[in-house]
Ligand binder design. Structure first.
Ligand code: MG
Length: 400
């Protein structure tokens, strides 16, 4: 006689007492069956700073993902440039589309390695939420402006957003995310210290890898589309040659427009496949150990040596040929200058800050409050506040 029986798909009950042994409608049962031992399991979560009841069918990390997705800082990502500004067209990525691409790549890798997809997605959606307007130029300007206050880091600011600036609850500030989700972002903020010894949880490592795979590939795509680069120029790079060979073998000769799209697709596929293969070999013998064990042992996901060298070659090339392209430099300098003037004028006259940032200026310092106010802006919003502050208008500027 069988000791258990299936009532309907996904539910197995004890044949003696009728109690469910496995119920795939429950997220912890799904995780128990599907995830590797070294994934971050919801049942081991250390919970939230402000305790909350469990949800009946959404796991804690799925709730974190939704809180981030519904935050106002997340929506503002659509108005923040990645590399190229809005003046250069509408095809290229914004921080929002980049974030969705990272989440998609990260979930693919996470699923293949049997890690926690909900946590991976929450971390991916949060990873760029702290970026200031005007891309890396905006970050550089704010970092210099705040040099006397510890500088500015978008990864650190993401924590300020989700723990202090977002307003969702009456009783406390922030989104009250799980400790594991906050720790994942904290590791990003202190990444340099974590490059040796104890390693980050595997889900955050996957998001880091997906971030870098996604931006290299879409910067190639955007730069080709904007005419900053040609495929012939790129073909000197080993990773691109390999990718083009794979495309030719599978498709024969393809039209130029389609070649760009295939190139990006194959470039992502090549890197994701390499990472999954290398990571699977590394992780397979570690089944049975926990996420904490692997962090303690400093287990780090890596590409193969060949691909890592090729990626570095591609990144060096993109740095010179795209990020320092003559069409980008003047646009960036002008944007950085607007941010600098806004910072200086607001620090010297904090009464022009919106009310809640005036309060933060009193609580912390005018420089910190101004930095936070500017860092939360979209590119267009920042342009408008610049016009306002350099005009004859008076009174506080608008909140985001
Ligand atoms: Mg990113």
């Amino acid at each position: 006689m069988s000791l258990s029986q299936s009532l309907h798909i996904g539910v197995v009950v004890d044949a003696f007492n009728g109690e469910p042994i496995i119920d795939l409608r429950r997220y912890d049962d799904r995780e128990h069956l599907l995830l590797a031992s070294f994934a971050t399991h919801s049942r081991d979560s250390k919970g939230r700073i402000h305790p909350e009841k469990d949800h009946s069918y959404r796991g804690p990390y799925a709730r974190d993902r939704d809180r981030i997705l519904h935050s106002s800082a997340f929506r503002r990502l659509s108005g923040k440039m990645q590399v190229f500004t809005g003046e250069m067209g509408i095809y290229h990525r914004t921080r929002l589309t980049h974030t969705f691409e990272v989440a998609s790549v990260a979930r693919t890798i996470s699923r293949a390695l049997r890690l926690n997809e909900d946590l991976t997605e929450a971390l991916a959606l949060m990873h760029d939420i702290g970026h200031p307007p005007y891309g890396h130029c905006g970050e550089d300007v704010l970092h210099e402006c705040l040099a006397g206050n510890g500088g500015f880091s978008h990864n650190q600011f993401a924590l300020v957003i989700v723990q202090q600036l977002e307003k969702r609850y009456q009783a406390f500030d922030g989104l009250n995310l799980c400790r594991e989700t906050l720790r994942g972002q904290d590791v990003r903020a202190n990444k340099k210290a974590a490059s040796v010894g104890r390693s980050a949880g595997l889900e955050i490592q996957v998001v880091d890898a997906a971030d870098s795979i996604a931006y290299d590939a879409h910067d190639v795509d955007d730069a080709l589309q904007l005419g900053l680069l040609s495929i012939d120029q790129l073909a000197g790079l080993s990773i691109i040659r390999r990718t083009l060979d794979a495309i030719n073998q599978a498709n024969g000769t393809v039209p130029k427009q389609q070649l760009r799209q295939l190139l990006v697709h194959e470039l992502i596929d090549l890197q994701v496949s390499d990472l999954i293969q290398q990571s699977s070999q590394l992780l397979f013998p570690l089944e049975g150990r926990t996420s904490e064990d692997l962090s303690e042992s400093g287990v780090r996901l890596k590409h193969s040596e060949v691909l890592e060298a090729e990626r570095k070659e591609l990144e060096r090339f993109l740095f010179e040929a795209v990020y320092r392209h003559e069409r980008l430099i003047p646009v960036r300098e002008a944007a950085g200058n607007r941010l600098l003037i806004l910072f200086e004028k607001l620090v010297s006259n904090p009464s022009r800050l919106p009310m809640r940032f005036r309060q933060r200026a009193e609580q912390f310092s005018p420089a910190i409050a101004v930095g936070e106010y500017l860092a939360g802006m979209t590119d267009n919003f920042c342009d408008r506040q610049y016009q306002q502050i350099t005009s004859l208008a008076s009174g506080p500027l608008a909140d985001w």
